[in-house]
Design a protein around this ligand. Structure first.
Ligand SMILES: CC(=O)N[C@H]1[C@@H](OP(=O)(O)OP(=O)(O)OC[C@H]2O[C@@H](n3ccc(=O)[nH]c3=O)[C@H](O)[C@@H]2O)O[C@H](CO)[C@@H](O)[C@@H]1O
Ligand SMILES: C=C(OP(=O)(O)O)C(=O)O
Length: 443
């Protein structure tokens, strides 16, 4: 597929699309399968690049992976797990953030692992210090190399007591995937409790793990000697659903997102309503629509769950360019997630970014050199432009802006969007978007 899309914007998106399982859960559940002594089956799996990357890594480690894209199922047989060649693993460097989560399972299965340098969106420094501290506390020996980390467990990993400096999603998952088969009890304070983590706990419990989650963000795990395979249907992708909802709002459209579920989206739905969007929930999905009239500006701060999630921020900001008045967005999860607004400004949006914390939530980035707050003044008509996709959500936001803008925009680097949005071009078509690929002539 060509990496350049010409988008003829200015028309409302209308129609019906389906979202399947969450990118930020499915990839982790696939890693969990490594811990089982018997095969696992995962359902509601989306056809996205992160799934392909994790499948490739699992295969390098001897796991038999069979994918049925149409049915959305993956079967994973970890019976013959083995060490992979460093050169082969190295080829996956920079492809996603998931390889770091192979540490615990591989240490339990093989006593050692090599983890390539990570990829993922460049929206901040994204250090892995919490992960490495956790692994060391379990008794692992971690050595940094030029192209990744080498990790060994000379003895069985030992349960431990840890408090995270910040409720990191990945570090919480690292701890879960390591503690379930460590010896004794592990306690994690200040854990992240995102719905995708809760579903990972569901999977681990099906495998035989003993895990409890307290209301004060403390997770306790009693290590067990063996785990078995699981069968599980992944929770829906609440980020993809919110992205299409934002697209509906920004284009003045009406999109039914089949598969979207309410409980994981409560905070987004409240915000969507406050800004002037409407929604209708039924058993099969959620209809998001612009009811007509003016959208309202609002003040928003991203946060860990149950707060407004950072991955919802970028798509919603495009809709905020169409709201009347001044909207203020304080990004408290990543220090550098407003790079994408430059392109929006180039299209006619009025957005100013600030280093100050424009909000009351405790934030690690205030008084430092990070542009992590934004003020958006609207409504401003958007006009077509040439845009380069910067990262996954920023890229989808640029696509929304191009769909909302009058005229034909050229959006380059769209293959980045495949990492987390299943068959998005087909969905755009289903919603009546006017676009074409570079190789098929301009619309
Ligand atoms: C594949 C996946 O699930 N990605 C999601 C996951 O990313 P990911 O798990 O990488 O994000 P984290 O929750 O770990 O990161 C949150 C914050 O903690 C910091 N941090 C994290 C780890 C560490 O060792 N040291 C450290 O300082 C990060 O720099 C960041 O500022 O959760 C994020 C927060 O909901 C989402 O935006 C990502 O979509
Ligand atoms: C930041 C994201 O993903 P990742 O952690 O995979 O880079 C995201 O999904 O928006």
């Amino acid at each position: 597929m060509s990496d350049l899309l010409y988008v003829d914007g200015g028309n409302p998106l209308r129609g019906d699309i389906t979202v399947r399982g969450a990118k930020n859960f499915v990839s982790k559940a696939m890693v969990a399968a490594l811990l089982g002594e018997t095969p696992s089956e995962l359902r509601n799996v989306p056809q996205i690049r992160d799934v392909a990357v994790v499948s490739g890594l699992l295969r390098l480690h001897g796991v038999k992976v069979e994918i049925d894209d149409a049915a959305g199922t993956i079967s994973l047989d970890p019976t013959d797990v083995e060490s992979a060649h460093v050169a082969d693993i190295d080829a996956h460097a920079g492809s996603s953030r998931i390889p770091i989560l192979f540490c615990g399972p591989l240490l339990h299965r093989l006593g050692e692992a090599f983890i390539p340098d990570l990829g993922g969106c460049r929206i901040g420094d994204r250090p892995i210090n919490f992960h490495l501290d956790i692994l060391r506390q379990f008794g692992a020996v971690v050595d940094k190399t030029d192209n990744g980390i080498r990790i060994r467990a000379p003895y069985r990993l030992q349960g431990t007591k840890i408090a995270l400096p910040y409720p990191s999603v990945g570090a919480t998952e690292q701890l879960l995937l390591t503690a379930v088969r460590a010896e004794g009890i592990t306690e994690l304070a200040n854990a992240a409790i995102e719905p995708e983590i809760m579903d990972l706990i569901n999977v681990l419990q099906k495998m035989g793990a003993i895990i409890s989650v307290d209301t004060d963000r403390v997770i306790r795990i009693e290590g067990v000697d063996r785990l078995v395979g699981f069968q599980h249907t992944a929770l829906a992708d609440r980020i993809e659903a919110a992205s299409w909802a934002s697209a509906a709002l920004a284009t003045g459209g009406d999109v039914y997102v089949r598969g979207a579920t309410q409980p994981e989206m409560t905070t987004f739905l409240n915000t969507f309503r406050k800004v002037g969007g409407e929604f209708a929930i039924d058993d099969d999905g959620i209809r998001f629509f612009h009811p007509g009239g003016d959208l309202r500006s609002l003040q928003l701060e991203t946060d860990v769950h149950p707060g407004f999630m950072t991955d919802w921020q970028q798509p919603l900001v495009v809709a905020l360019t169409q709201a009347s008045g001044l909207s203020i967005v304080h990004e408290t999860v990543y220090e550098n997630r407003f790079g994408f607004v430059d392109a929006l400004v180039g299209m006619g949006a009025t957005i100013q970014v600030y280093k100050e914390c424009l909000g009351g939530r405790p934030c690690r980035f205030g008084q430092r050199n990070f542009y992590h707050s934004a003020v958006i003044s609207g409504p401003t008509p958007l006009s077509a432009a040439e845009i380069e996709v910067p990262d996954l959500r920023g890229g989808f936001s640029h696509l929304i802006a191009a769909l909302a803008a009058k005229g034909t925009s050229a959006v380059r680097g769209i293959s980045l969007i495949d990492r987390g949005y299943e068959r998005f071009a087909e969905k755009l078509e289903a919603l009546g978007a006017q676009f074409s690929r570079e190789d098929s002539g301009r619309p």
